[in-house]
Design a binder for this molecule. Structure first.
Ligand code: NAD
Length: 380
């Protein structure tokens, strides 16, 4: 089975689907891997580093895609546009691709993959089960978002995060308020705590209280009138009544926080607007709002997605694709997740499609010329 890794072409992308360390393991296990020349350069992995572990480096992307049995990439394949390459057309019918396809955001690509009879698996659709944990790119990348988001907020704050007792007197620790405590939020809490801040956090799923407290932070919340669970650990939108009560609680916490970090997502995709313009106006001047919901459209009404703005003396940051700011480790972890998927479902060095398997059944998007993923079919 020939595994092919292309250079990513999405603007701002610096990651590569496999780091040399992961290639080394796969080559040792008997896989043939070919990579596009320069694919790892923005993640500081040179062509020579790949050659050293037995990977073939190719400079013609069309030939590379055309030779693949299995394509591994970070983002959905290009179908023309600014990249000037139609990677789907380059693949032979019957090729399999494993990538963070984000099918609901890339319906045109999904359509093209189905027409080309390419079998596609989206890592974003892998069920969040214990068995699938090692393959979960959403978790590895969310963890980077939480970590880097907390660091960037700390760097922007005109104050220390930790308490300092100095010859010039004592300064008190910064107060950090984290909204949403799943993978990104818990990592933001842990990072802010390690930097010495006082951390308070909330979530609409009350079951995360214990996890927040185990990191040494304080949980704030309120009793919901209805359930906020959409199943699979994901949250759904709050009722109008709960939203109003939550807004009061959030407003109160925002007025006393030096840093607010938002990570709220609905269904893992869409960011609810939990912070209104009025809440920002009530915050202390010099405070920082880090909107880690930016990739999902933003959690704050005043966020300018992909930019940092100062409104009413508050710095509002809404960075996109934070994993791309740490491409060396982001690529390493992303590739380990892909390798876990490949190794689990390969027999005699051939990828085995098995739609009775819950992981494959959840992650498959197109197969044998059709769109087979229910939510994507519905969106089409
Ligand atoms: P996510 O990015 O979908 O959501 C982030 C958080 O925002 C969630 O905790 C959610 O409850 C919260 N949220 C949504 N609306 C909110 C609001 N209005 N106010 C405050 N908070 C709000 O979450 P994720 O990191 O993708 O994780 C999703 C689920 O999967 C979680 O339950 C997580 O524990 C679980 N998970 C399981 C595994 C596994 O077992 N393999 C791995 C990772 C995550």
């Amino acid at each position: 089975m020939r595994i092919v890794v292309p250079k990513e072409t999405q603007p701002g992308e610096t990651r590569v689907a496999l780091a040399p360390e992961v290639c080394k393991k796969l080559v040792k296990a008997g896989y043939t891997i070919a990579i596009e020349s320069g694919a790892g350069s923005l993640a500081y992995y040179t062509d020579d580093a790949y050659r050293e572990v037995g990977v073939v480096v190719e400079s013609d992307p069309a030939a590379l895609f055309g030779s693949a049995d299995l394509v591994l990439s970070v983002n959905a394949p290009a179908i023309g546009g600014a990249a000037g390459r139609n990677e789907v057309a380059w693949m032979r019918p019957g090729t399999t691709i494993l990538t963070s396809l984000m099918p609901l955001k890339n319906l045109d690509v999904v359509r093209a993959l189905a027409e080309r009879k390419v079998t596609s698996f989206s890592t974003d659709a892998i069920p969040r089960t214990t068995r699938a944990q090692a393959m979960d790119t959403l978790s590895s990348m969310a963890s980077i978002r939480g970590y880097k988001g907390a660091l960037l907020a700390a760097a922007e704050l005109p104050k220390y995060f930790p308490m300092f007792m100095t010859a010039a007197g004592t300064v008190f620790p910064a107060k950090v308020f984290v909204i949403g405590a799943a993978v990104a939020g818990l990592q933001a809490i842990a990072t802010a705590k390690r930097l010495g801040a006082n951390v308070v956090a909330t979530d609409v799923r009350p079951e995360v209280k214990e996890e927040i407290e185990s990191l040494g932070a304080k949980f704030v919340g309120f009793e919901l009138s209805g359930s906020a669970s959409a199943g699979g650990g994901y949250a759904k939108e709050l009722s109008a009544e709960d939203k109003k009560r939550q807004q009061e609680m959030l407003a109160e916490q925002c007025t006393i926080a030096d840093v607010v970090i938002t990570t709220a997502l609905i269904g893992g995709v869409f960011a609810p607007k939990v912070i209104s313009g009025d809440m920002v106006r009530q915050m202390r001047r010099g405070s920082v709002l880090m909107d880690l919901g930016a990739d999902g459209g933003g959690n704050c009404e005043l966020s300018k997605i992909g930019h940092t703005v100062v409104e009413h003396g508050i710095t509002i940051m809404a960075p996109l694709n934070l994993p791309a700011t740490m491409p060396t480790h982001a690529s390493l972890l992303f590739g380990r997740n892909l390798a876990a998927f490949v190794e689990t479902f390969t027999k005699d060095k051939a990828f085995q499609i098995d739609l009775t398997d819950d992981i494959q059944k959840g992650a498959i998007i197109t197969h044998e010329g059709a769109v087979v993923h229910e939510a994507t079919k519905k969106a089409m």
